[in-house]
Design a protein around this ligand. Structure first.
Ligand SMILES: CC(C)(COP(=O)(O)OP(=O)(O)OC[C@H]1O[C@@H](n2cnc3c(N)ncnc32)[C@H](O)[C@@H]1OP(=O)(O)O)[C@@H](O)C(=O)NCCC(=O)NCCS
Length: 441
């Protein structure tokens, strides 16, 4: 088997837990007009088709800003805004209807492609549009009438769920209808958020121009809680309090949906081929994930956490599950600990001890009894593995007396004392007789 084939098989095998987890779940995908205009949109459409084939229930919400701007310019009309919101007067509404309608038809045609040499061959995709969005006027603001610019009033989630149950992909444009028969121009962000919340979606996937949200140094941030994301927005917000940066808008949108009913929101780049699949099917992802759990934090421990860690591990030490650590030792090693903090209390911990340049030991893994079986142990392990990789470690050992299966189920394999680096071998406690496991990172 060639190296490429091996890698492919390995990747495919590693995707299977995700495939099982996503089957039957509802994902709302926000596609701004810029994403549809981009050359990469065909690849995005293929990847969306693939998700549909795997049994994910998909709702696509598309915008049309650049397409509308172009049509307005062609018609010789000025685009007017009030505080960042587009004003839709009676001259621009027909142009907006036509640009949005035409884009929707183009999207439908792309999803209907099934040429023999295209990745969508044989996929037989059915895509449905409709009057799912009920809108109301944005109204008069500071004396300015925004006319046909509207806001989402309600989402007909039952009708959408029926379409999803029939295996159809639902396509929603950023236009809405009022019970009085009027048509309103809506923002794609408003429609995507309202739809994801009304459907109780498992995920809102947002296509932006950047690979997720960048930190102060321009580096992508892989994961944020809704509270952390809000803090970042507050930090970056201008004096006028208006968010005009597109990526910040996406972050705000994520916070909004996560604080409502949506479990996770993910921001990825429409410019990067394969970003959707990488984000969904690999551990490290390709964008920024924003999660609901805002009251818990996973972070490196500080000296103030020593007391909390001791409280957590002492009962386990007494039961002989963990090796005893004195306060002094903990204080010295505190920066090697990762902790889960909930409302100020330490409810989970784990430590990474480098043994030499390539080998390290994972130790002192514990979750408070009341908080077990909710994936916290897994999160600590993932963070420790990530930290280990960052410093060039490629083999992680764990010594355990009572918890071998937990580690084996997470990729560790039986090893032995002889495989341990010399330093650790000399310290091995034969009386305790712990089993040795190792994992290649
Ligand atoms: C091991 C431990 C850290 C896991 O923490 P957690 O936050 O519950 O971990 P997760 O939620 O990610 O994993 C829970 C899963 O592991 C399983 N599990 C728990 N203990 C296990 C064990 N000893 N052997 C095998 N599986 C175990 C649970 O049944 C659950 O399975 P499920 O998801 O199929 O229901 C926690 O049980 C603990 O603190 N144990 C005591 C200390 C310990 O043994 N530490 C390791 C020694 S180094």
């Amino acid at each position: 088997m060639s190296v490429d084939t091996k890698q492919y098989v390995n990747w495919f095998r590693h995707s299977s837990p995700y495939i099982n987890a996503y089957r039957g779940k509802v994902f709302v995908i926000m596609l701004p007009g810029e994403a549809i205009a981009h050359d990469n949109f065909y690849n995005i459409a293929h990847d969306i088709t693939l998700l549909n084939s795997l049994g994910v229930k998909l709702v696509l919400v598309h915008g049309a800003r650049p397409q509308i701007d172009e049509a307005m310019a062609e018609a010789g009309l000025d685009i007017k805004f009030h505080k960042g919101v587009r004003i839709t007067d009676s001259h621009s509404l027909p142009i907006i209807k036509s640009a949005t309608g035409s884009l929707r038809i183009n999207i439908e045609s792309i999803f209907s492609m099934g040429l023999i040499n295209s990745p969508m061959h044989g996929a037989d995709i059915s895509i449905t549009s409709g009057n799912f969005i009920i809108a109301k006027p944005y109204g008069v603001h500071e004396g300015v009438d925004l006319s046909h610019t509207g806001q989402v009033r309600k989402v007909n989630h039952e009708a959408i769920h029926k379409q999803l149950a029939g295996g159809h992909i639902v396509l929603i444009s950023s236009l809405g209808y009022s019970p009085t028969g009027e048509i309103f121009n809506l923002s794609v962000e408003d429609v995507a958020a309202a739809t994801a919340i009304a459907l109780n979606a498992d995920k809102l996937l947002i296509f932006g121009s950047e690979s997720g949200i960048l930190d102060q140094d321009g580096e992508p941030i892989s994961k944020l809680s809704a509270d952390e994301a809000q803090a970042l927005i507050n930090e970056k917000l201008g004096d006028n309090g208006i968010i005009d940066d597109l990526e910040l808008k996406n972050l705000q949108l994520s916070v909004k949906v996560c604080r409502a009913t949506v479990k996770r929101s993910q921001v990825i780049s429409y410019e990067e081929d394969g970003a959707l699949l990488t984000e969904l099917f690999t551990r490290d992802g390709a964008g920024t994930l924003i999660t609901q759990e805002s009251y818990e934090q996973l972070r490196t421990a500080t000296i103030d956490d020593v007391g909390g860690i001791l409280e957590l591990i002492e009962p386990l030490e007494e039961a002989g599950i963990l090796v005893h650590r004195s306060r002094e030792l903990l204080e010295n090693e505190i920066s090697q600990f990762t902790v889960v903090v909930r409302e100020g209390a330490i409810i989970g911990c784990g430590a990474l001890y480098p043994l030499d340049e390539q080998n390290a030991e994972l130790a002192c893994m514990a979750t408070h009894e009341e908080y077990r079986n909710h994936g916290r142990g897994q999160l600590i392990l993932e963070r420790i593995e990530q930290n280990a990789r960052k410093i060039g470690i490629n083999r992680l050992f764990v010594l355990t007396t009572k918890t071998p299966h937990w580690f084996v189920e997470r990729g560790f394999q039986p090893s032995n004392v002889e495989s341990l680096p010399e330093r650790k071998k000399q310290l091995y406690n034969y009386q305790r007789n712990s089993k040795v496991f190792e994992k290649t990172l």
